[in-house]
Design a protein around this ligand. Structure first.
Ligand code: NFS
Length: 648
């Protein structure tokens, strides 16, 4: 007898038997993928083409204008980075704008939830805080953050948070961006027909636009969200499709910018709404998230997560979703096909993201609660249309701890009374911890639909690498039970296990949504500032990976980590393998100028070992003790002291 199918597999079967195409069938129909696209050898930037280069060297070696494989693949890659960067940055801009509106009294559905952080960041910006109300400060800070996008002269303020060594490298390479928008415009302009054709120079541009995302747009998104919605704290919640309830009105919030979803959660807890739901025969209202909107609301409010990117269609096929509300990013147009077979109402809400087949209820910051209540009411009304015969909710759910930040890691690792990165650095120096790895990004049917994250992360923690995660990668590992303290005992190496046990943290720390990769940058800068493990982020025993990347946003993220000195491993190569020169540049040459580089490996275990080897080489360069040399039963007591931050 074969293994019993999981709830998710059963849902896929249901879709299949009903003739509903999901991402997996559509993917199969695309195979084999266009070879020119995979290699990065097609160019459609002007009407001399579209052109393509023959990878076998028999046909055209240049486009009509004379652009060769190096130029074409580098230009395509830089444009991907610009698109990804613009997505995160547009998100940051919206949050900054709402912070301004909130302070100016024009968006009553929002309040400053973290006043301490507001005052701290305002001070960083040079905004006067003494004797001023939080609203006045918020209005000024929102404006100042918004101005970062169009700044023509200076780099966004948060670039000052990077280690001096990195700042100098970026200045020397002329890749320190000014305004975030300007970096995107510059990339689009330099990759036009007949502008920049030197692949090395184009790739420097890709780094610049990536940096504008990481230390600019994304960091603004993270910091402004913390101020507006509250800074995350470690909390326990639930993940996977089993969080959907068969006797409640279920609303899925999906997308990235949490401005509306946060208010939908508030509306769903309103007495009037609950009463209405009960009057229709439901026991209550469940709001659950998909993708990074889910992560945003999870880390601040503990709202359950229905799933990651690839589960969005499956959520609808449970037959128990009254409404799915989307904002923008990572929303599959295929949702409307699945929803047409069930009673689920799909609502688009953002002026920038409409979908044929979805009803559009436009969100605005000024009317947020009104819009949220309308959507919740419509979902409740739709409860009566649920067809019980079509309901198939998987049983699987898992606990997870989420809500770690660059600031609160201090407290968890350092102890309440000694909030520093010292214990973390000391653990690395003594070899109890090998290093830190960021495993982030999407899930992709091209690889293991989430499985690669799990295998990679298990391999890393087994080798005493503390893992930090964001995005759908965090959700994939959460479903496997890796984001609970108990996972340390089962999966982690001895050194990591001892630390997790004493501090009570999981071996895998959930740091939020994809814009919150900026938290990882800040944590790295803090590790450098704490001292003892190098003078720049390029010297740290760290590595990053996106084992199942799919979005252009992942390319922007990858570039800002590479430009910041990190090794970044992707599960499938960047679309540049048609150019030997560009491939060599991104995987080797770039290391000589930034200290970071890319590697590509689809086997997650092998990829984990590329990261481990890299971490070990950084340890060797720092002359740190061998990993595990100080970890054993007799040393446990000392580990406890280090982990609790009591050691001087
Ligand atoms: Ni990141 Fe988050 Fe998920 Fe990928 Fe999409 S939701 S922003 S892009 S798929 S991790």
């Amino acid at each position: 007898m074969g293994k019993e199918k999981t709830g998710e597999e059963k849902l896929k079967d249901i879709c299949y038997s009903c003739g509903i195409e999901t991402v997996w069938q559509r993917y199969e129909k695309q195979e084999p993928h266009c070879g020119f696209g995979v290699l990065g050898l097609c160019c459609k930037n002007c009407n001399l083409g579209p052109c393509r280069i023959d990878p076998f060297g028999e046909g055209a070696s240049a486009g009509t204008c004379g652009a060769n494989a190096d130029t074409i693949s580098a230009r395509n890659l830089a444009r991907h980075a610009a698109a990804g960067s613009s997505c995160h940055s547009d998100h940051g801009r919206e949050i900054a704008h709402t912070l301004y509106l909130c302070g100016a009294g024009k968006a009553k559905s929002y309040q400053v939830k973290d006043e301490e952080k507001l005052r701290r960041i305002a001070t960083e910006y040079g905004i006067k805080i003494e004797g001023r109300s939080k609203e006045d400060i918020a209005a000024d800070l929102g404006k100042a953050m918004g101005a970062e996008f169009g700044n023509q002269h200076e780099a966004p303020l948060f670039f000052k948070r990077a280690p001096l060594k990195q700042q100098k490298i970026w200045e020397k390479l002329n890749i320190m961006p000014t305004g975030v928008d300007r970096a995107v415009v510059e990339t689009m302009s330099r990759t036009n027909m007949g502008v920049d054709t030197d692949y090395k120079n184009i790739l420097l541009g890709a780094m610049k636009v990536g940096l504008a995302d990481g230390w600019g747009g994304s960091m603004i998104a993270t910091e402004a969200s913390d101020i507006l919605f509250g800074s995350p704290r470690a909390l326990r919640a639930k993940v996977n499709l089993g969080v959907i309830k068969d006797d409640e009105v279920n609303i899925i919030i999906h997308g990235h910018v949490p401005l509306l979803s946060d208010v939908i959660v508030t509306a769903s807890q309103d007495d009037e709404m609950l009463k209405l739901a009960k009057s229709k025969g439901a026991k209550g209202i469940t709001v659950a998230g998909i993708c990074c909107t889910a992560n945003e609301i999870l880390v601040r409010r503990g709202v359950p997560v229905a799933g990651n990117f690839l589960q969005q269609e499956l959520a609808i096929s449970t037959g128990a979703i009254e409404a799915m509300v989307v904002d923008l990013q990572c929303i599959m147009p295929g949702l409307t096909t699945v929803a047409s077979c069930f009673h689920t109402k799909l609502f688009s809400t953002h002026s920038k993201a409409k979908f044929p087949g979805m009803e559009h209820i436009e969100f605005s910051e000024e009317k947020a609660l009104e819009v949220a209540k309308e959507i919740v009411t419509r979902a409740i009304d739709n409860y009566k249309n649920r067809d019980k015969a079509k309901v198939n909710i998987p049983k699987e759910t898992m606990d997870l701890i989420a809500g770690f930040t660059a600031e609160n890691i201090f407290y968890y690792l350092g102890g309440k009374y000694r909030a520093t990165y010292r214990p973390l650095n000391d653990a690395i120096i003594s070899g109890r911890l090998r290093g830190v790895a960021g495993v982030v990004g999407c899930d992709n049917p091209k690889l293991q639909s989430g499985g690669s994250h799990i295998q990679m992360v298990k391999e890393l923690i087994k080798h005493d690498v503390l893992v930090v995660q964001t995005g759908c990668s965090a959700l994939a590992c959460a479903k496997e039970g890796l984001l609970v303290p108990e996972a340390a005992k089962q999966y982690a190496g001895k050194g990591l296990q001892e630390i997790c046990e004493v501090v009570g943290i999981p071996p895998v720390l959930h740091m939020g949504s994809c814009v919150d990769n900026s938290r990882i940058l800040i944590a790295c800068a803090n590790m450098v500032a704490e001292g003892g493990i190098g003078t720049g982020t390029d010297e740290l025993p760290i590595a990053g990976a996106a084992p199942e990347w799919m979005s252009e946003k992942a390319i922007a993220i990858g570039w800002y980590f590479v430009a910041s000195g990190a090794l970044v491993v992707f599960g499938t190569p960047l679309p540049v393998t048609g150019s030997k020169n560009v491939l060599k540049y991104v995987t080797e040459d770039v290391e000589k100028i930034t200290g970071g580089k890319w590697a590509f490996e689809s086997d997650p275990i092998k990829a984990a070992h590329i990261m481990i080897k890299h971490i070990d080489s950084k340890r060797a360069a720092l002359k740190l003790k061998p990993v595990g040399s100080e970890t054993s039963g007799s040393k446990k007591e000392e580990a406890e002291i280090v982990a609790s931050g009591k050691k001087g």
